[in-house]
Design a protein around this ligand. Structure first.
Ligand SMILES: O=C(O)C1=N[C@H](C(=O)O)C[C@H](O)C1
Length: 293
């Protein structure tokens, strides 16, 4: 089980590879994870936004976790596995976390309940129930996708819940982290790739970054420089990653990322499940240029 002090470094949210008929492609998944595990990543996030959680069934999540464990066993390696378990229904979320505990994951990522626009009190109760299950919870704030923004006070109160070990902050800037940093708080992982360096400077303990699927070692080095207090080197290296991040998020994540992984032969197909769609031809040209460099 993950502890607060483990929320450090680079956690990579992984894609869920599909064949062209949208079926789960576990062969590609094993190959892809094998390549990622060559890097010194702190952990993997399965069924996050990048894993297309809205279209992946819970049975498929179980298959993905089992496949990840078998890849790690074959390599004699064990790093933490976090799975996205949040939904907009508290009881379903609790059931998923119970199952997550049974299949032996290390923590769950619980997104702010989306769509129904609950009150801040309702959201707090959602996180209390999620944390009561006993599997460590990382709260995930991403208003651009959930349609609801947590107040700073609600975030503080969520972080105080026993069993909530930290926050993934994809709130769209540094304001939330700045408001929290003067207080004694649990670890915050940056989940907003373009702000990675700024958030490290403000005390983020690492990142959960889709773009760390590409140039993984460079993202790890940005973290390491910052961790040593060398923010100048961290910034120089991070600046070289900005064009990649911008391209990866020019259209909805994870379509550009899957296209790049497929072009490199790491996964067989760039298929995303509808209503997500493939990247436009214009972006393909730019991504291809990036690959050439
Ligand atoms: O899958 C994730 O977790 C992430 N999702 C965010 C998004 O797609 O909006 C971005 C972040 O890099 C990680």
């Amino acid at each position: 089980m993950l502890r607060e002090e483990d929320l450090k470094g680079i956690y990579v949210p992984v894609v869920t590879p599909f064949l062209s008929d949208e079926a789960l492609d576990l062969d590609s998944y094993r190959n892809y994870l094998g390549q990622l595990l060559r890097h010194d990543v702190q952990g993997l996030v399965i069924n996050g936004t990048t894993g297309e959680s809205p279209t992946v069934s819970w049975n498929e999540v179980v298959e993905l976790v089992q496949a990840a464990k078998s890849v790690m066993n074959a390599r004699g390696q064990r790093i933490p596995l976090i799975i996205g378990a949040g939904t907009s229904h508290t009881r379903t979320t609790v059931e998923r976390i119970e199952l997550a505990g049974q299949i032996g994951v290390d923590a769950v990522l619980v997104v702010t309940p989306y769509y129904s626009r609950p009150s801040q009190e309702g959201i707090l109760e959602h996180f209390r129930r999620a944390a009561q299950v006993g599997v460590p919870v990382i709260a995930y704030e991403i208003p651009s996708r959930t349609g609801i923004r947590l107040s700073v006070d609600t975030v503080r109160r969520i972080m105080e819940i026993p069993g909530v070990i930290g926050l993934k902050d994809s709130s769209g800037g540094v304001e939330l982290l700045s408001s929290l940093s003067s207080h004694d708080r649990k670890p915050v992982l940056c989940g907003e790739d373009l702000y990675f360096h700024d958030m490290l400077r403000l005390g983020a303990s690492g990142g959960m970054l889709a773009s760390a699927n590409i140039r993984t070692d460079a993202f790890i080095d940005v973290f390491r420089y910052a961790d040593r207090g060398d923010f100048i080197k961290a910034e120089q290296l991070f600046d070289s990653l900005i064009p990649i991040i911008q391209l990866l998020f020019q259209e909805s994540n994870p379509s550009p990322l899957k296209w790049l992984l497929a072009q490199q032969g790491i996964i067989e197909s760039d298929t995303v499940r509808l209503p997500m769609g493939p990247v436009t031809k214009g972006l393909q040209v730019q991504l291809a240029q990036l690959l050439r460099h």
